[in-house]
Ligand binder design. Sequence first.
Ligand code: FDA
Length: 393
Amino acid sequence: MKIDTLILGAGAAGLFCGARAAARGRKVLVLDHAKKPADKVRISGGGRCNFTNLHTEPKAFLSENPHFAKSALARYGPWDFCSLMAEHGLSWTEKTLGQLFCDQKSGAVIKLLLDELEQAGGELRLQTTIGEVRHTGTHFEVLTSEGAFEAESLVIATGGLSIPKMGATGFAYDLARQFGHDIIPTRPALVPLTFTGKLHEDFAAISGVSIPVEARAETGPSFVENLLFTHRGLSGPAILQISSYWHESQPVSIDLLPGADAREMLHALRADQPKATLAQAFAASFPARFADMLASQPTMPTKRLAELSNQDIDQIAQILKAWRFTPVGTEGWRTAEVTAGGINTNGLSSQTLESKHQPGLFFIGECVDVTGWLGGYNFQWAWASAAAAAEVV
Ligand code: FDA
């Protein structure tokens, strides 16, 4: 079968690119090995799909080349997707920090993508196994369980490695290597951090407790959001955000009182409640279970407040403002929301996402070394990179 534009991967990026290329009059076919399209859209945002972020700007994306995403993001922004949602009768709610969620749930976003593809004349085929891919010198030839396809343009939108149970594969990276691309080492991102020993026991014992913090890894920005204690370690948006910047054996640092002066607070508590224990003092600022656990840390003095020297107070304040410990790892691909690293942007055009090694070959979405923060940024990258490629595929 001969087509103009063959797209591999019917996720957020692949379907959107297919719809926009078909709207240009291209004969488009989207192939996927899964039973259903866009499964990650379905489970995203707790079923409500956090489809974009109003604060989209390049600094919210990790990449070896922080400039790469600028062009595509500037040409297709959050309001462009909002307009499309409105055209389809969908509405949204900003939950927090610019994060827009679909009021009609994620299934409605998938329907939007499928309707756009169909109305533009694009075709989708599921449960198709992709085999050998080659370029003959004039076109691409792709062998599949449904036969051989010939295409002028080939778009790879098969995503990253997160959640293999949902059908994630390294297909994009293998194909990129086949055509001479470098891969920035991949690692799970937006993923809970794990611990062993006493910290693991302490965190597991208060599993379910959530507190607002300012968290930071050794590199990257800090994030003021919630931290959640779990049976395995730490999660919650603050931790997921810093996990994308975290590297093995590096410590993380948690400010337990973001925006507050811990020293001043402790001096005031010592004056007001001299007989209180540290756990009682901490309970003024934190949930009781966390206050007890924090007071029992080996670095905390075991004295009543009246007995604390100014030096003790300095030491406690320092821990409250920068509690440092080293995770042993992450929960890995099983629960990671995205893949950090991926196809090196050096080999791609930032205008069109076309390969510099093989004209007609494009890589879009999560497989590219562009990873967004938590909060709708990854879908915005999927839409923007798909739109950029769709102009020329
Ligand atoms: P995606 O992974 O969506 O699509 C790839 C497609 O390719 C899949 O349909 C897959 O079946 C197919 N495929 C893979 N290998 C193949 C092969 N070898 N042959 C054929 N087909 C193949 N982001 C966000 O912005 N807001 C949010 O609310 C969330 N929430 C969220 C929750 C959870 C639990 C996860 C795991 C992830 C998120 N994300 C998110 C991240 C977001 O889902 C992700 O960034 C995008 O889905 C990436 O879109 P792509 O189209 O690039 O890949």
